[in-house]
Write a protein that binds this ligand. Structure first.
Ligand code: KIV
Ligand code: ZN
Length: 376
């Protein structure tokens, strides 16, 4: 794997294609500023030809003076490219369908026509002095010889980076590894990947692409996007850094804060067991686990990823699996001292309440403790 991986965020473009999600221009600007603070390398701010609102928000983000590169999406059509150029972006991401199924049934163009359109679009972008990324849409269902032919042709036209999109999320990690490996033997410019999550393995597919030589990964905050979404930003980054030992420019301590902002603006809420940014990502309930964690955190946490690294907090949860240590710690945190017998009685009552299917909150614990300590 490349030791340094750059992160291309498409929360404001593919992410906004999440069914039911529509962001205001003000929300998009706030998210763009947050992604800049997070350390994203390239931000796909939108698809300017898709609506006047999108064009205006891409323009506003491009004029914001952010550290990151702002990118706009465009088909390989002059009207799309011109609209994108008008916004003042640093980079244009241009795309065209290359798989037979999309080429024949959607754009109705021959392989030769598609190749010419791709090369012309890349040349047009480069003639305007803007960075260019080319995507062979549905690359993972495209005949490999044709795919490499088109990538070589756009490389020859001056393209800066090519993208291998798994548009309908049908790849397996090993197939992604072989595909990116095969493409990287044919071209010299950097390779980026864009994996959809239809089978829940977009992150695994992206990581295998990086193992095979891709140097840029496309992600969205909270994994939002078309259908089942895209590769999840927090998961990709933490796997790269903590498991693979690769470097990114991401300031990981802002991952939770970023996730919360996107949850709030999109209305798409993460289940509590979501890795890294979920409410339970660093929560412990079982007696064995809490005792271990209260003694030394790494006993029942990865260690290579701590809550502090991602801006999260460790949480001890009281429930039917709670042990004496967890209850004692919660009581001490609330300034409540007990004898051993009182603690045993509090633990017994807490478990009895939880056994009835109730969630234990601090108020329950304090009420039980007050009763046992005779303070009522
Ligand atoms: O999924 C996809 O293929 C896309 C393209 C625009 C790259 O989103
Ligand atoms: Zn996509």
């Amino acid at each position: 794997m490349n030791k340094k991986i750059t992160i291309f965020d498409t929360t404001l473009r593919d992410g906004e294609q999440t069914p039911g999600v529509s962001l205001t221009n003000d929300q998009k600007l706030k998210i763009a500023r947050q992604l800049d603070k997070l350390g994203i390398d390239v931000l796909e701010a939108g698809f300017p030809i898709s609506s006047e609102g999108d064009k205006q928000s891409v323009k506003a983000i491009a004029n914001e003076g952010l550290r990151l590169d702002v990118c706009g999406l465009a088909r390989v059509l002059t009207k799309d490219l011109d609209t994108c150029l008008d916004t003042g972006v640093d980079m244009i991401h241009t795309f065209v369908s290359t798989s037979d199924i999309q080429r024949i049934h959607t754009i109705k163009k021959s392989k030769e026509e598609v190749l010419t359109m791709a090369v012309d679009a890349v040349q047009y972008i480069k003639d305007h002095g803007v960075k260019c990324m080319f995507s062979a849409m549905d690359a993972t269902r495209t005949d490999l010889d044709y795919l490499t032919q088109i990538y070589k042709a756009v490389e020859g036209a001056g393209c800066d980076i090519i993208n291998v999109p798994d548009t309908v999320g049908i790849m397996s990690p090993s197939r992604m590894y072989h595909l990116v490996g095969a493409v990287s033997k044919e071209i010299r410019i950097p390779i980026d990947v864009h994996c959809h999550n239809d089978f829940g393995i977009a992150v695994a597919n992206s990581l295998m692409a990086a193992e095979a030589g891709a140097s840029q990964i496309q992600v969205t905050v909270n994994g939002i996007g078309e259908r089942a979404g895209n590769a999840n930003l927090a998961e990709v980054v933490m796997c790269l850094q903590s498991i693979y030992g690769a470097k990114t420019n991401i300031n990981t301590e802002y991952l939770l804060e970023t996730s919360k902002m996107v949850e709030k603006y999109t209305g798409i809420h993460m289940p509590p067991n979501t890795p890294i940014v979920g409410e339970n990502a660093f929560a412990h309930e079982s007696g064995i686990h809490t005792h271990g964690v209260l003694t030394k955190a790494d006993t029942f946490e990865p260690g290579i990823m701590t809550p502090e690294m991602v801006g999260h907090k460790r949480r001890i949860v009281l429930g039917k699996h709670a042990g004496k240590h967890a209850v004692q710690k919660s009581l001490e945190d609330a300034g409540i001292q007990t004898t051993d017998e009182q603690l045993d009685e509090i633990v017994r009552r807490i478990k009895a309440i939880a056994d009835k299917g109730k969630r234990i909150c601090d108020a329950d614990l304090h009420a039980v403790a007050a009763d046992v300590l005779g303070r009522n």
